[in-house]
Design a protein around this ligand. Structure first.
Ligand code: NAD
Length: 353
């Protein structure tokens, strides 16, 4: 079996659902259920003995030790993180705790467990750390996309904590020989993403008749990847990636923020037309965000060359699937946007005010 952290969040849950749909290998899913972790997403797995959910903090070393000893996983796939840039500016403490101390705790637990394995099991073991291309900073419009050799230049507390975690993972591989893999992925979108992230936020605000915020001049560029493609890349890297290596994962979909907003509005006009006018009428311009990076773009050629991975979705097909999913699953958005999440956002906004 494999151990997954953060498997009740957006990408982790998509990964666990896809994994158990296609592979006959159990998953231990360790998640603290912070505001962005939602057990309802894993409802299709209720009663499935291949899915063992454990509510725990990755910083809790003794629990991680017990899980490794009891279940003897052949790999750890580490998604758990605090990952909202704006929140990291307001409250960096949680980010340092989970992203740095949590990753360190997992690495140490994994190292002790791995040291005790038989030699063939030691060779087969993998620690896959899911990171982001945002650790490389921001690009100008004419710069080439980030490669695996780009310099680290994190611009926000979130990116700095992810960069720190990357360095710890690299050092544990280099110093102790732990078979680690690191992935740097571009911006993800797809089903089950929290409504505080750009695409689901746009869709839910549009459907509720609210303003559709665009920051600055709207010319910021992001490279979007459909979450199912991120999950297939991770499966490929876990199976065939070379220990000690990092792999960029991207969709070759550089899109300006204002173009993204127009595309989402046009899809909504198609799937859930308003009685009068277009969703574009709800677009509202806001001032620039603190530390708003200009452009991210990821060069994923190494992954294609070495492991034969390519994204299956185009931006058009993935975005259409995503917008349709949110239109058909308004109840999911309602469930996750209440309770802990609402309380947490209110407290954060009060602090900011
Ligand atoms: P998410 O916020 O939706 O999910 C994170 C999950 O981690 C949640 O279920 C949360 O409960 C859990 N978690 C948080 N702190 C924890 C702790 N201390 N112990 C145990 N569980 C904890 O995030 P996501 O978008 O699914 O991102 C997953 C990973 O992918 C992160 O490491 C992120 O940096 C990386 N990533 C995300 C994107 C993106 O566009 N979303 C892009 C590239 C990389």
């Amino acid at each position: 079996m494999i151990l997954v952290t953060g498997g009740a969040g957006f990408i982790g849950a998509n990964f666990v659902l896809d994994w158990l749909d296609g592979v006959d290998e159990a998953v231990i899913n360790v998640d603290k259920l912070t505001y962005s972790g939602h057990l309802g997403t894993l409802r299709p797995l209720h009663g499935d003995p291949s899915h063992i959910f454990v509510r725990a903090d990755i910083c809790d070393r003794s629990t991680i030790d017990v899980l490794l000893a009891d279940y003897q996983p052949r790999a750890i796939v580490h998604f758990a993180a605090q990952n909202h840039v704006d929140y990291s500016i307001d409250s960096p403490n949680d980010f340092v705790h989970t992203n740095i101390v949590g990753t360190y705790t997992l690495l140490e637990a994994a190292r002790c467990y791995w040291n005790g394995l038989q030699s063939d099991e030691r060779d087969a073991f993998r620690f896959l750390h899911v990171s982001t291309d945002e650790v490389f900073g921001s690009l100008n419009l004419s710069d080439p996309p980030f490669s695996e050799d780009s310099h680290y230049q994190p611009d926000s507390p979130y990116c700095a904590t992810k960069a720190s975690a990357d360095h710890l993972v690299r050092a544990w591989g280099h110093t102790y020989g732990l078979p680690t893999l690191t992935t740097h992925c571009s911006n993800n979108y797809g089903p089950y993403q929290f409504p505080d992230k750009p695409i689901p936020q746009l869709i839910t605000n549009a459907l509720m008749g609210r303003a559709l915020p665009v920051h600055g001049d709207g010319q910021h560029v992001r490279d979007w990847l459909y979450v199912g493609d991120h999950c297939s890349a991770i499966r490929k890297i876990l199976a065939k990636g070379r220990p000690g290596e990092a792999y960029n994962i991207g969709g070759w979909n550089e899109v300006k923020n204002i173009d993204l907003v127009h595309l989402v509005c046009d899809l909504l006009d198609q799937y859930k037309p308003k009685r009068t006018g277009s969703y574009r009428d709800q677009i509202t311009w806001l001032t620039e965000r603190l530390g708003h990076d200009r452009r991210y773009a990821t060069d994923a050629r190494k992954l294609e060359r070495e492991l034969g991975w390519k994204p299956a979705e185009t931006f058009e097909s993935g975005l259409a699937r995503t917008v349709r999913w949110y239109v058909e699953h308004e109840q999911w958005t309602h469930e996750v946007a209440t309770g802990d999440f609402r309380d947490w956002v209110e407290t954060t906004h009060q602090k900011r005010a």
